[in-house]
Ligand binder design. Structure first.
Ligand SMILES: NC(=O)c1ccc[n+]([C@@H]2O[C@H](COP(=O)([O-])OP(=O)(O)OC[C@H]3O[C@@H](n4cnc5c(N)ncnc54)[C@H](O)[C@@H]3O)[C@@H](O)[C@H]2O)c1
Length: 289
């Protein structure tokens, strides 16, 4: 089979779908791998590495898209719709529920499309979504720590503290894949960590894993407010999104908040922050700017 690896063209997308090691595995299995020139550069993977792995560098996107199977990272963007065709198999993240134009383009072209997010194992798990949640969870803590720095507009809080001073506090809403990885990072940074979930078995797992080092709480509106007050979901009523406070959230966190009885109304409200945060964080769900 001819497998094409085009350069991602979506705004701020720097990843490449197949690494040189992956290309080697495919060529060893008898496939021809066509990598668009520069496809790996955003990830620090030069064309030479692909050539050494048995792949062929092709100059244009059209050459990579001309393969039988195209592997990508993100769904095709508008400029790529013209490359879709009936005898193409497209393997990539699609998330079509949120993207009608792309869905219609794929249907019109008759392309056989397999969304990574729909690949399921016999036990119902989603193996190609898990790494994304792992990244999101780990990054959430890292981003939060960054935005707590004074020169980033934060309160000048060092999450790990220092001997003689109290560490920063981290509240993790949801102990699923993303939450567990956010917790792992926060514990590693020596922060004071509280994790809330509606699932007691998940909290038990965490409790056993960290031996009491992490505080676990059953997720209710009151528990969330007590753990994180003042926090962003109360900003509609108070000025919780205070100067320098940082809420680093993934969509899952907001979804979890919106599903918690009592938090739904404020979590989904997109009111403006009345506290005038000094943090211009793009992740703040209640922007004051
Ligand atoms: N922003 C990103 O880059 C990114 C990346 C990966 C996943 N996600 C999104 O995150 C979500 C899934 O994340 P995951 O892989 O960690 O899921 P998961 O199913 O492993 O974990 C979700 C956890 O939230 C808990 N939960 C549900 N309702 C809750 C509530 N009211 N209070 C507290 N906890 C609650 C669940 O019990 C579960 O433990 C998906 O919606 C996915 O699309 C976002």
């Amino acid at each position: 089979m001819r497998i094409g690896i085009p350069t991602e063209v979506k705004d701020h997308e720097y990843r490449v779908s197949v690494t040189p090691a992956g290309a080697r595995a495919l060529t060893d299995a008898g496939h021809e791998v066509l990598v668009q020139a520069g496809a790996g550069l955003g990830s620090g993977l030069p064309g030479d590495a692909y050539v050494a792995a048995g792949a062929r560098i092709v100059p244009d996107a059209a050459d990579a898209w001309g393969a039988d199977l195209v592997c990508k990272i993100k769904e095709p963007v508008e400029s790529e719709y013209r490359r879709l065709r009936r005898d193409l198999v497209l393997f990539t993240y699609l998330h079509l529920a949120a993207n009608r134009p792309c869905t219609e383009a794929l249907l019109a072209a008759g392309t056989t499309s397999i969304g990574y997010e729909t690949v399921q194992l016999a036990d119902g798990s989603l193996p190609l979504l898990v790494p994304m949640s792992e990244v999101a969870g780990r990054l959430a803590t890292q981003a939060g720590a960054h935005h707590l720095l004074k020169n980033e507009g934060g309160r000048g809080v060092l999450l790990g503290g220092v001997p003689g001073a109290r560490p920063g506090q981290v509240v993790v809403l949801g102990a699923g894949t993303a939450g567990r990885h956010a917790t792992e990072m926060a514990v590693g940074m020596h922060a004071e960590v509280t994790v809330l979930d509606v699932s007691l078995p998940r909290l038990r797992e965490l409790d056993a894993r960290y031996g009491g080092r992490v505080r676990t709480l059953a997720s209710t509106a009151h528990a969330v407010q007590a753990a994180a007050h003042p926090s962003w979901w109360t900003t509609a009523r108070s000025s919780g999104c205070g100067p320098g406070r940082c809420s680093s959230t993934s969509r899952s966190t907001r979804v979890a908040a919106s599903r918690t009885p009592g938090l739904r109304r404020t979590a989904t409200r997109r009111s403006r922050c009345t506290a005038r945060c000094s943090t211009a964080s793009p992740t703040c769900p209640v922007p004051c700017r």
